[in-house]
Design a protein around this ligand. Structure first.
Ligand SMILES: NC(=O)C1=CN([C@@H]2O[C@H](COP(=O)(O)OP(=O)(O)OC[C@H]3O[C@@H](n4cnc5c(N)ncnc54)[C@H](O)[C@@H]3O)[C@@H](O)[C@H]2O)C=CC1
Ligand SMILES: O=C(O)[C@@H]1CCC=N1
Length: 275
């Protein structure tokens, strides 16, 4: 399978690196384009991939084309390459842009036919094989036909089929939430520094604890009748102990309310981008 990327920034790079690291494809099977050439060249140098001379060359030369550009340019980019997509399955990872708009852009730019498009919402952890990706299929793509897309994102993490009507909450849960989690890690570590730890050590302790908590929760969710997050919290909180004191301070400072506000703002912005 030849995979093409238009856009080699944070996410194009993360998915390309993750796919090569997982052994899904060889770097040599990748074709890269970015309007800022040094980005494509740097990624190609790292992965042994080829740099295309233009977006149309990537579109025509790939079985699977990942559009990893910002939401405000994706429709123009798709329209520009639409006449080269006869043999190509397209994946958009743009926040906010619905399949109907992507299909319309491909119809307008091509010969009047709608491209085969899949909408995906991965996250930055694709580069280390730990993304959570939601997928929704366009009108011309069946689940079996979307198998290469599923394989790409399974190589870089977990995958769920998500109804497009739920993409905005999915962005909040999985696309944007790595930033929320990192903000939590940084806040935890800053407090650790105030208590005398070095920032490097505090971040390592916090990150490993977060990884442990995440793996614990996933292992329970993967079991029939596994424990919930609340059950696991109860298992950490010894009666009269340290954790319950910390949990009550989190409640008092509005941790839940702050998290709910972050999710609501993310959903609102995603819907605003959808127009
Ligand atoms: N950053 C993240 O954690 C996530 C981002 N996304 C989505 O991924 C997409 C890309 O985001 P990032 O990688 O963060 O942005 P980025 O700014 O790091 O990368 C975008 C790349 O596209 C290039 N570019 C701009 N216009 C272009 C054009 N006309 N043709 C070819 N290349 C062009 C830029 O030079 C840049 O290298 C966005 O649509 C965003 O909504 C989705 C999930 C997570
Ligand atoms: O902030 C954004 O718009 C993108 C989408 C999800 C993560 N980053």
């Amino acid at each position: 399978m030849r995979i093409g990327f238009i856009g080699c920034g944070a996410m194009g790079g993360a998915i390309a690196r993750g796919a090569v690291a997982a052994g899904l494809v060889d770097g040599g099977q990748m074709l890269l384009y970015d309007s800022y050439l040094p980005s494509a060249e740097a990624l190609a140098g790292e992965l042994g991939a080829q740099v295309a001379s233009g977006a149309a060359d990537v579109a025509g030369g790939a079985d699977l084309l990942v559009l990893a550009v910002k939401p405000n340019v994706i429709e123009a980019v798709l329209a520009d390459v639409a006449s080269h997509l006869d043999q190509t399955l397209v994946v958009s990872i743009a926040a906010g842009i619905p399949l109907a708009r992507l299909e319309a852009a491909s119809r307008a730019g091509g010969s009047g036919e709608v491209a085969r498009v899949v909408r995906a919402m991965p996250n930055l952890a694709a580069s280390v094989g730990q993304a959570m990706t939601g997928l929704a299929l366009g009108t011309r793509v069946s689940e079996p036909e979307a198998e290469p897309v599923r394989a790409l994102f399974e190589a870089v993490g977990r995958v769920a089929m998500v109804p497009e009507s739920l993409f905005s909450p999915f962005v909040a849960m999985a696309g944007s939430s790595p930033a929320f989690a990192l903000e939590y890690a940084d806040s935890l570590a800053r407090a650790g520094v105030a208590a005398g730890l070095t920032k490097r050590a505090a971040l390592e302790y916090a990150a490993q604890a977060m990884r442990g908590a995440a793996e614990l929760l996933l292992s329970e969710l993967d079991k029939q009748g596994g424990r919930s997050a609340a059950d696991l919290i109860d298992a950490v909180c010894s009666p009269g102990g340290t954790t319950v004191a910390g949990m009550m301070a989190l409640d008092g400072a509005g941790f839940r309310a702050a998290t709910e506000a972050a999710v609501a703002a993310t959903i609102a912005r995603d819907r605003e981008l959808a127009g």
